[in-house]
Design a protein around this ligand. Structure first.
Ligand code: CO
Length: 224
């Protein structure tokens, strides 16, 4: 059992490469973290948060779970948001979904995978609320893509409704919560036109972003 796990060799060569390009990197980082962004994304292995946006360790605070869901009673996610907003003073919160998400597909198709089914009930709630928008789409892929977008838009609203973000806005902080989507097929991020800041009406923005997403989905389905 003394065989070293192969990832330790990977780690050492990564450290060598970082030190070669930036000798003071670890010394600086060890003193403090001052990330400017909070990323809330999916746990999917194809969506490595920092890498996608070209940020180094120390530059982004990250929370990931299956299907990037923000649940009002999830102390894990809520604690991350609280620490990010109140302690790290982050004003830029990104909720990032991705096309080809297994969690979204499982929720849409009602697959039985085990315990995770209960977590994905939250995505099924999004699906039920977006039924009228999803229903006209004729292919599974089109519905999956739209549900992925609707889920991001709803999770942005959920972040906005937390006491941490509401409190930050009350104190005059300019916290913005944005909804983005990542395409594992081409590596590109897209903005879902769901960006909420102080004084904005979350419900109005959510409905507008959801309708715009449905409109794009219909246009895509006509083209293909
Ligand atoms: Co996913």
């Amino acid at each position: 059992m003394n065989n070293e796990h192969p990832l330790f060799a990977n780690n050492r060569s990564w450290v060598r490469a970082v030190n070669a390009s930036d000798p003071g990197f670890f010394a600086t980082l060890s003193r403090l973290q001052a990330p400017k962004f909070l990323w809330i994304g999916c746990a999917d292995s194809r969506v490595p948060a920092n890498e996608i946006v070209g940020l180094k360790p120390g530059e982004m605070f990250v929370h990931r779970n299956v299907a990037n869901v923000v649940v009002h009673t999830d102390l894990n996610c809520l604690s991350v948001i609280q620490y990010a907003v109140d302690v790290l003073n982050i004003d830029d919160i990104l909720v990032v979904g991705h096309y080809g998400c297994g969690g979204i597909a499982a929720a849409l198709e009602g697959q039985r995978l085990g315990l995770i089914d209960n977590w994905l009930r939250h995505v099924q709630d999004v699906m039920r609320r977006g039924e009228q928008l999803l229903e006209p789409l004729t292919t599974v892929t089109a519905r999956q893509r739209l549900l992925t977008e609707l889920n991001v838009i709803e999770q942005v609203a959920n972040v906005c409704q937390t006491t941490m973000v509401q409190g930050a806005w009350d104190r005059g902080r300019t916290v913005h919560v944005r909804g983005w989507i990542y395409d594992v097929a081409d590596g590109l991020l897209q903005d879902l036109s769901m960006c909420v800041g102080p004084g904005d009406d979350v419900g109005v923005l959510q409905r507008a972003a959801a309708l715009a997403a449905a409109q794009r989905a219909m246009e895509r389905s006509v083209r293909t």
